[in-house]
Design a protein. Structure first.
Length: 52
């Protein structure tokens, strides 16, 4: 007799890690987006053309 236990989700290990340590991937993604926005603003020279 084989008993099949189906996990509650396709990634139970990931969900356990998120519960224990927080969602590191989401935090890293948000940090990358903030960095990209900051870099974009720092490298935006379009205002210099408008002043001429």
């Amino acid at each position: 007799m084989t008993t099949s236990t189906r996990p509650s989700s396709p990634t139970p290990i990931y969900e356990e890690l998120v519960e224990e340590h927080g969602d590191i991937l989401a935090e890293a993604r948000e940090a990358a987006e903030r960095s990209q926005l900051t870099a974009s603003q720092a490298l935006d020279w379009s205002d210099l053309r408008r002043r001429d």
